[in-house]
Design a protein around this ligand. Structure first.
Ligand code: ACO
Length: 325
């Protein structure tokens, strides 16, 4: 298998900004509580006429433009999402149609907030083999539509957005390897209980609250502050590098306090990471590519840097990718 790298990035954030003060009008919360507990100041909310596929298309178009690749040249689209447009067909297929990537295969993956690290691993394995020259990896989410807007313990945490990367074979640098893990014993720690086959909407067991995102926040916290450093150390061990070799970490933007705790456990200063959770909240499977793109644009990441992307979330699932930028 040949080495593969990211040759173009794209992102899309809806224009509508919802500030913490706006949430104060809807639920019993405060700007102060949200900032103290999470670091979030505002998030973006997609307008009603947009679906997850539309956000993905905006981000993917930018990634293709930035790499000079036409839609017909795309061989594969992998979309990480836990907020698909519809239960089926795949949202990736809808994205493929909207982009006009008529020569590509396309499929979704769902690893919730760690979707991106999984999609990048899968994408780089395809792109490293023959027959796959241009692989689009996208994370796209509209969490505002799966949240219970009356439930203050979850509704203030998330936002909508999409990020995308175009992968190609590369002679120098690129993805060195990935490390992924799931613990399905925690599959109910973060969940939407109804709407699938177990409890279909409108069935006897269906309760209206169960159509929405639910989370045991404290259990997720305990998991995340361990999962973050474990994933980083594990991927470094896999690729034969050490923590001192790391130039930059891009974490899933779940909570600024989790990122601070994770960086502290790794013994790394906060200037070795980039956060935008202050502006976008938690955009689940989209947060890492959005943050990666902004960190590159801000010149925090330079050619030759060892960059680790690390994700953790529903499943429970977690993992990391190591790449030379
Ligand atoms: N505004 C004001 N008060 C609130 C709010 C709110 N929005 N939400 C909860 N509270 C209250 C609670 O009701 C509770 O009040 P009580 O003591 O009177 O009962 C108090 O604040 C403390 O609640 P806790 O849930 O114990 O607060 P905690 O310190 O655990 O912080 C938080 C909550 C921020 C959610 C934290 O647990 C956390 O960050 N967990 C991780 C969540 C996460 O990262 N999820 C991402 C993964 S999700 C995915 O993969 C899609």
């Amino acid at each position: 298998m040949e080495r593969v790298g990211i040759v173009g990035l794209g992102s899309y954030l809806p224009s509508k900004i919802m500030k913490n003060f706006d949430w104060e009008e809807i639920v019993e919360t405060s700007d102060e509580w949200i900032i103290n507990k999470t670091g979030i100041r505002e998030r973006r909310i997609a307008s009603d006429d947009l679906c997850t596929s539309d956000l993905a298309v905006f981000a993917a178009k930018e990634a293709m433009d930035n790499s000079g690749v036409d839609p017909e040249a795309i061989d594969l689209i992998i979309l990480a999402t836990s907020t698909p447009d519809v239960p089926l067909s795949s949202t990736a297929a809808i994205v493929q149609r909207k982009l006009g990537c008529h020569n590509s295969a396309a499929f979704d993956i769902n690893a919730v907030c760690s979707g991106w690290v999984h999609a990048l691993d899968i994408g780089s394995r395809f792109a490293g083999t023959s027959g796959y020259q241009n692989v689009l990896v996208i994370g796209s989410e509209i969490y505002s539509r799966i949240l219970n807007w009356d439930e203050r313990s979850t509704c203030v945490l998330f936002g909508d957005g999409a990020g995308a990367a175009l992968l190609q074979k590369k002679k120098v640098g690129g993805v060195l390897g990935s490390w992924l893990k799931t613990d399905g014993r925690g599959s109910e720690v973060i969940q939407i209980p109804a709407g699938g086959i177990r409890i279909p909407f409108g069935s006897e067991k269906f309760l209206d609250d169960d159509r929405y995102f639910q989370m045991d926040g404290r259990a997720v916290w305990d998991f995340a502050v361990e999962a973050f450093p474990e994933a980083v150390h594990s991927v470094l061990q896999k690729v034969g590098m050490k923590i001192n070799d790391v130039d930059f970490i891009i974490s899933h933007q779940a909570n600024l306090r989790i990122i601070e705790a994770g960086m502290k456990k790794l013994g790394l200063d906060m200037d070795k990471t980039f956060t935008n959770i202050e502006r976008y909240g938690n955009t689940a499977g989209a947060s890492i590519p959005i943050a990666l793109k902004e960190a590159v644009e801000a010149k925090k990441i330079k050619t030759g840097d060892l960059v680790i992307t690390v994700g953790f979330g529903g499943g429970l699932s977690w993992g990391a990718n190591a790449m030379i930028w």
